[in-house]
Ligand binder design. Sequence first.
Ligand code: A2P
Length: 283
Amino acid sequence: MKSLTDSYTLNNGYKIPCIGFGTYQIPDDDIGISSVHTAIINGYRHIDAAAVYGNERSIGKAIRNCGVDRKQLFITSKVWNTERGFDKTLAAFKQTLEDLQLDYLDLYLVHWPAAKGILSEWQRINLETWRAMEHLYKEGFIRTIGVSNFLPHHLIPLMDQANIQPMVNQIEYHPGQMQIETVELCKKHHMIVEAWSPLGTGKMLSNPQLKDIAEKYGKSVAQLCIRWCLQNDILPLPKSVTSSRIKENTEIFDFIISGEDMSVINSMPYIGGSGLHPDNLDF
Ligand code: A2P
């Protein structure tokens, strides 16, 4: 990967730009609009949204007024947990399109699996939600479909029943939380893995070991984490509302982390993260 517009190819041939701009906790106001605008000006062509973030109207405004042709942008959204099931997913999707003021999405994801620990009919619910995703895909409203936060025990039953296989799995991924089994399963089935919270929502940034490595390359820890994702063939989705950081997070194509340093980062123990597990959520 040499620039933000270089892409991975999804299993139906559709291209996905190799870094996306994360929008979790970006406010639904002028700050939100200007963050997305700044991201696009700095070269991002991939915006990762979700209905539950509550900011799709602002993202829509930024997209509409950014001066870049819609076809050159890659826009993702996600169906929220309360909207699972066939009919509700279709309705949620319609609302998202309306809020974003778009007539199609590049990628739509199931935000979290209906999970074993919480719902007795979790497999049936996941399949019904997936049938809605397949329907929207076949109708031409979505270019690619996928899941988020699915672990192997959620993915396998879904893949067994799916008519169209998930093309993406978006999971929490940063140093110390590499979810190796999930990543291996996804790669085996040609699913692109996207990293939410690639900076551990900021928790990676003060780690002394990461600081030492970043310093060697004259880079920040944020840049190191983003580059590290790419070198592991993972698609990072860094978030920031700060112009200088939005720009900084794009400047990751002028250095290569050595094999030795990759191994050091890949073997780091858990150093913090969201602590969320899909089978143990209270939302
Ligand atoms: P802010 O949005 O205030 O700029 P993640 O992408 O892992 O969710 O991390 C997002 C968090 O990391 C936000 O708090 C964001 O702050 C902060 N952040 C993003 N990029 C940088 C950077 N280059 N340097 C320092 N902090 C950053």
